[in-house]
Design a protein around this ligand. Structure first.
Ligand code: 3HC
Ligand code: NAI
Length: 698
């Protein structure tokens, strides 16, 4: 079937786009619309409606065509043809009109939308800018500030908001096609005027050089190191200072610069990586999925409370079980406090917040979990306690209920063995704060059934998480790699760097926070307690944790005690370097006979990132992660790795595997082979002269 059809409905010509799943502007689609506009030009129609089938209006350019040879008509050529039409063209919007989709609507002469529709320009999230006139047309309709906010955030806005900033002309209810046709007839009755956005003058009242300077500074802070937001700003400046045609040329030049940038390549990789991660190789597409209507959560501490919020936020009731009434109350109070904060920020009304909290029932009796479809255990990180909990669940839960553990490190297979139904047991590893962090590692045990796995992957989408499947190993994908990254941070400290040296290097690289600042935020007691549960052999070389232990023993637990690797201002939480920490590091270096000397930024960066990458290779060769891009999704969504570098494994390809392999060899001789053993897969790919991407696609 053709992706575009054209039909005359009385005096209205209807162009219908049908290119599932999201009507992306592929070459076939662009050609099809072009032909339809030409056909309409020649027939008896007096106005034209552009409408889409399926779940959405055009959701943008076809991202999979990026980087390939452009084919005519380009989107800009098509939009010039649409805009030049002598018969008014009306865009009829439902679903999400995004990117090139919204730009198409803006080249039309009128826009109507269903109230449920959303519009937006998400190009910035792909390291791009709206490249088909969006940067020139949007400020003409909305004014400069609203245009910049829309394009630099990339966030969609509702139809109501779009109407209020003039991006659309009318909100319609009911059947979109008949409403759009009626609107077309109205326009014909009023003389079928051609309204071109390009003819509007940008409102420049109150817009000065100072305004752009300040906006640019805000963008630098918000998007450290990213280029697309600043280029969007330049395009909008051009919309004020240049003619429409000149502005389009400026936009094109800057769009091409973005498109050719490594940042955009990385962000486009992340777009597809995230969608790919939801797919499980070998899992039949028709695997039946269980309905999750009631959820039980065991343990209402830091994680349990946050996990509960995810479910009630989407209307799924939760029964929260704690050891006693006091612990239960404490957990419920924390949840209440979290909701109160959201209400204070204006993101929820007090009624909405209390309706959600009312969906949480507290209990101290396991019997009340009998009817749950899914139970998630989030008790202390102790295998014996967890096994006890699963034994009880096995006794009380209905057959077919999914029994999940939020463990960070314990063996999911061992936990499953505590039950008579290992096929229903799975790891659901949420990240802290669980109501905020997007990542969900879904840990497949040896006996986890396809149905349990498929249900959890689908459930993740319902609660708006980004799921990635991991096999069973110590720390799964994320924390296993993090351990090696942390190891290098500790060794760098011991060998001569300061906490600030290390954190600054990683922040300049683009990490949301440096590793030591993260330690202070999470609390140094967490790492200490996790180490306590390990045997001496599992703990590894004392040099990789002696500083952390020393700080813990001094009561420096991080932000919560006002001091950890740094000292913190109690009011502002601003951090300061602390000479005491330097002293602690020197004492430990002396104790373990480590000579301290300066480390270059380059060395610190290579040691920390290559430690991550090398472990990532090991995870791949063991089959713990399905594909390199899954690891990237874990690191970008769970550990603050900069998306514009594409995650650690994509970053490895951009550096070159040979260089990494060679450097690891050098590190082995300088810092010790016990830390630096190149992964067999890395060695193999270097010998074969392959990139990781080539390996993944082979
Ligand atoms: N190009 C190619 N494929 C796309 C696509 C696009 N613009 N948008 C979505 N897809 C694909 C996805 O890869 C996915 O494929 P899969 O089923 O094989 O995995 C499928 O469509 C469905 O996508 P989602 O799983 O994301 O579906 P949702 O219903 O959850 O979300 C959506 C729909 C909100 C439209 C979301 O897909 C989205 O945000 N898409 C990207 C929109 C975008 O970034 N547009 C701007 C493109 S750049 C541009 O237009 C440049 C222009 O200015 C010149
Ligand atoms: P926490 O100590 O804040 O909460 C644990 C809660 O479980 C406590 O409220 C306790 O009263 C309750 N509990 C203990 N034994 C119980 C039992 N037998 N029955 C019912 N309730 C019981 O711990 P936190 O941080 O929430 O961790 C829970 C789990 O989540 C652990 O396995 C941890 O490894 C994992 N996790 C923790 C993360 C974090 O950043 N805190 C991140 C990801 C996973």
């Amino acid at each position: 079937m053709s992706v575009v059809s054209y039909q005359l409905e009385g005096e209205i010509g209807v162009i219908r786009v049908n290119n599932p799943p999201v009507n992306a502007l592929s070459h076939a689609l662009r050609s099809g619309i072009q032909e339809a506009v030409i056909q309409a030009k020649l027939d008896s129609s007096l106005a034209i409606v552009l409408i889409c089938s399926g779940r959405t209006f055009i959701a943008g350019a076809d991202i999979s065509e990026f980087g390939k040879k452009p084919q005519s008509p380009s989107l800009s050529e098509l939009l010039a043809i649409i805009e030049a039409s002598k018969k008014p063209i009306i865009a009829a919007i439902h679903g999400t009109a995004l990117g090139g989709g919204l730009e198409t609507a803006l080249a039309c002469h009128y826009r109507c939308a269903l109230a449920s529709a959303e519009v937006g320009l998400p190009e910035v999230k792909l390291g791009l800018l709206p490249g088909a006139g969006g940067t020139q047309r949007v400020p003409r309709l909305t004014g400069v500030k609203a245009a910049l906010d829309l394009m630099t955030s990339g966030a969609p806005i509702s139809a109501t908001k779009a109407l209020s900033v003039n991006l659309i002309d009318k909100i319609v209810e009911g059947d979109l096609l008949s409403q759009a046709i009626a609107y077309g007839k109205e326009i014909i009755a009023q003389g079928a005027k051609i309204k071109k956005v390009r003819d509007i003058k940008v409102d420049d009242v109150g817009i000065s050089d100072e305004f752009f300077r300040e906006y640019s500074q805000q963008l630098s802070k918000r998007y450290r190191g990213q280029k697309a937001p600043q280029r969007i700003l330049k395009c909008v400046e051009a919309a004020l200072s240049q003619t429409f045609e000149q502005g389009l040329k400026t936009e094109r030049k800057l769009f091409v610069e973005c498109m050719e940038s490594s940042q955009s390549a990385a962000l486009r990789h992340m777009f597809f990586a995230q969608r790919m991660a939801a797919k499980i190789d070998g899992l039949p597409k028709d695997t039946p999925i269980k309905d999750i209507k009631k959820v039980g959560i065991i343990g209402g501490g830091t994680m349990g409370g946050g996990i509960a919020m995810n479910f009630v936020n989407v209307g799924i009731p939760v029964t929260l079980l704690e050891i006693n009434a006091e612990a239960l109350q404490r957990g419920q109070d924390i949840i209440a406090k979290n909701y109160a904060r959201t209400v204070n920020k204006g993101k929820l009304t007090a009624e909405q917040a209390s309706a959600r909290q009312n969906l949480i029932t507290g209990t101290t009796h396991y019997d009340e979990l009998a009817e749950m479809d899914l139970v998630i255990e989030a008790v202390f990180e102790n295998l014996d306690i967890k096994k006890q909990v699963f034994r009880k669940l096995d006794q009380v839960c209905k057959q077919g209920a999914i029994l999940a553990t939020n463990t960070s490190y314990q063996d999911v297979n061992d936990i499953a063995k505590a039950t008579s139904r290992p096929q229903d047991v799975i790891g659901l590893h949420f990240f802290s704060p669980a109501n905020v962090m997007k990542l969900l590692e879904i840990v497949r045990g040896d006996n986890t059934s396809d149905q349990t796995l498929a249900t959890c992957m689908a459930m993740a989408k319902i609660i708006k998480k980004v799921p990635v499947m991991s096999g069973v190993c110590y720390g799964f994908i994320g924390n296993r790699m993090l351990r090696q990254y942390g190891r290098e941070a500790q060794l760098c400290l011991l060998q001569g760097a300061s906490p600030d040296d290390i954190d600054s290097v990683m922040q300049n690289f683009g990490m949301a926070m440096g590793p030591l600042a993260v330690g202070d935020l999470a609390g140094l007691d967490i790492g200490f307690k996790a180490r306590e549960a390990l045997t001496a052999e599992q703990k590894g070389d004392v040099k990789t944790y002696c500083i952390a232990d020393a700080l813990y023993k001094m009561g420096r637990l991080g932000q919560k005690t006002g001091a950890g690797y740094y000292r913190y201002d109690p009011q502002t939480r601003q951090r300061f370097s602390d000479p005491i920490v330097e002293q602690v590091i020197e004492e430990q270096a002396e104790k373990y006979s480590v000579e301290r000397h300066g480390l270059t930024e380059h060395t610190i960066l290579a040691r920390l990132t290559f430690a991550l990458i090398n472990e990532g290779f090991k995870i791949l060769e063991e089959g713990i992660a399905q594909r390199p891009s899954d690891i990237d999704v874990v690191y970008v969504n769970g550990y603050g790795f900069p998306a514009h570098r594409g995650g650690p494994m994509f970053y490895a390809d951009t550096i070159g595997l040979e260089k990494i392999y060679k450097t690891i060899g050098e590190f082995a001789s300088t810092y010790g082979e016990e830390y630096w053993q190149p992964a067999a897969l890395l060695k193999q790919l270097v010998e074969e002269g392959k990139t990781l991407t080539q390996w993944a696609n082979s």
